[in-house]
Design a protein around this ligand. Structure first.
Ligand code: AP5
Length: 215
């Protein structure tokens, strides 16, 4: 279990392929550590829903399963990092080398360092199965899976499915992960920050593995 406290903030990155379980496990990490969950995917979807300028620019990239341009995402994250005195858990950022460099700069400027980088590892075919069966409860934000984490029958009618959770878009997102995001991981491994976590297993098994490697 994490020993992170407001006096010892967790400053962490959660990385892994789309559908690896980052959002699912982020909830447990945030509860254990008090860190603030910064999911760039959630922030971008909120911007689209709000019809903001950022949302209008991001929408076509997300709809295709591509990446939103670095300058837009970097500005979004750097602004939020400054508000995370109790620590942060970055989920979905950095996803490219320029984003990793911008994060280094921002943290250096703030005089703080990363504590840990958690890599959730799940094979591609399993990820596609997870993504196509994912459903979200718009009322509570809880992430379900039709088979692996079945929702209570009484809320099934209100669940939503993400438009990028088709098989074709899931494969496009995986391609981006392998070509743009995976090459960033050695950047943290050489600094001794990387913890690899087997993301295959029940939700509870994976949660126990994640919490066990928190500092
Ligand atoms: P984002 O929202 O970050 O999506 P992602 O990385 O593709 O990850 P997901 O949210 O799809 O999956 P997850 O790992 O959180 O899995 P989850 O816990 O839900 O980004 C979306 C888009 O925004 C990107 O494609 C891009 O366009 C844009 N974007 C975001 N950040 C960006 C950036 N930095 N730069 C540029 N563009 C950016 O779990 C998935 C399913 O599996 C669920 O149904 C869950 O119930 C189930 N599940 C979870 N754990 C298990 C388990 N152990 N066993 C079985 N099922 C499980």
């Amino acid at each position: 279990m994490s020993e992170a406290t407001p006096n010892k903030p967790l400053r962490a990155i959660l990385v892994g392929p789309p559908g690896a379980g980052k959002g699912t496990q982020a909830a447990a990490i945030v509860e254990a550590s008090g860190a603030i969950h910064l999911s760039t995917g959630d922030m971008l979807r909120a911007a689209i829903k709000a019809g903001s300028e950022l949302g209008k620019k991001a929408d076509p990239f997300m709809t295709k399963g591509g990446l939103v341009p670095d300058d837009l995402v970097i500005a979004l994250v750097v602004e939020r990092l400054a508000q995370c005195a109790t620590g942060f858990l970055l989920d979905g950022f950095p996803r490219t080398a320029p984003q990793a460099e911008a994060l280094d700069e921002a943290l250096k400027g703030a005089g703080v360092s990363l504590v840990v980088v958690l890599l959730l590892q799940v094979p591609d075919d399993e990820v596609v199965e997870r993504l196509t069966g994912r459903r979200t409860d718009p009322v509570t934000g809880t992430i379900y899976h039709l088979i692996f984490r079945p929702p209570p029958p009484e809320i099934v009618d209100r669940l939503t499915q993400r438009s990028d959770d088709t098989e074709a878009k899931a494969r496009a997102r995986l391609d981006k992960y392998h070509s743009e995001t995976a090459p960033v991981i050695p950047h943290y491994e050489t600094r001794g920050l990387l913890r690899r976590i087997n993301g295959v297993g029940s939700l509870d098994e994976v949660r126990a593995r994640v919490l066990a490697v928190l500092p």
